[in-house]
Design a protein around this ligand. Structure first.
Ligand code: GLP
Length: 259
């Protein structure tokens, strides 16, 4: 894993949006896995800004969103359909037929999950998956104790997730989510985290044992996973100084190889 610790949330958002944009420059028909949540807002804002300045064309990009609450019309403000339309899709030029999201009112849950997996396969697999992390280490909605090999399916949300996402309001209890196996099939993964409230989950993911108790810890097994976080989210990492040292020297390694 590559662990990149940056001073602020704004820099985390810039680093990740730049990486997404340069992946699109390299492969205009990039298959991009997307996440929701507060952490992602800065990333979407920055891609939208760059798109409006003509720095990136997303016409050929295909997107697959990680998860969706169930039991609502897709236009309901609670859904990730609404979140994505508001914060990203309505502001860039990804054609609607290239946008894949799990349904918020599936007629048949198993069939909907199977179809989603097939669509990912048909697109050639996810090139770059962006992830956030829950306070208890979830990725997508793979809550603690999720199978580390699971495919897309329905999950019951933990009370912590409900509290974080809905506060005192009554929220949905179930969601469809890509499984950890589905996420791990992505060619490249970037996990973003910001703030002190994520420090424990980040420490578990990066330095803890690989365990279903902290689903994000499975990323230690991925060949191309990057954890891009701010100082506060990194505050409980024991080897923080080493990760910073590695990042600082990264360019020099390339220069040494070239010599
Ligand atoms: C949500 C989503 C995750 C997201 C995480 C963090 O519940 N299912 O995909 O990464 O929780 O959200 P936030 O960035 O709002 O803390």
């Amino acid at each position: 894993m590559e662990i990149i610790i940056l001073p602020s949330y704004d820099q985390v958002s810039r680093e990740i949006s730049n990486r997404i944009i340069s992946a699109v420059h390299k492969k205009p028909d990039l298959v991009l896995g997307l996440a929701t949540g507060k952490t992602m807002l800065g990333i979407y804002q920055k891609i939208v800004q760059d798109y409006k300045k003509g720095r990136v064309d997303l016409r050929k990009v295909k997107t697959f969103n990680l998860d969706e609450y169930i039991g609502f019309d897709s236009s309901d403000s609670v859904t990730f359909h609404s979140y994505m339309n508001k914060n990203f899709f309505s502001q860039v030029n990804i054609p609607p037929e290239n946008i894949f999201m799990l349904p918020s009112r599936p007629k048949n849950i198993d069939a909907a999950c199977h179809k989603f997996e097939e669509e990912i396969k048909k697109a050639g697999g996810i090139d770059l998956q962006i992830l956030g992390i829950g306070r208890e280490g979830h990725i997508g909605f793979n809550e603690p104790s999720s199978s580390l090999q699971a495919r897309t399916r329905v999950k019951t949300l933990t009370k912590t997730t409900l509290k974080d996402n809905f506060g005192l309001k009554k929220g949905p209890r179930f969601a469809l989510t890509m499984g950890i196996g589905t996420i791990m099939d992505s060619k490249e993964i970037i996990l973003a985290a910001s703030g002190k409230q994520k420090a424990e989950a980040v420490a578990g993911a990066v330095e803890g044992p690989i365990s279903a108790s902290c689903p994000a810890s499975i990323l230690q097994f991925h060949k191309q996973a990057r954890i891009i976080i701010d100082e506060k989210a990194a505050s409980l990492l024991k080897r923080k100084d080493y990760y910073k040292w590695v990042w600082k020297h990264k360019k020099e390694v390339d220069d040494v190889i070239k010599d």
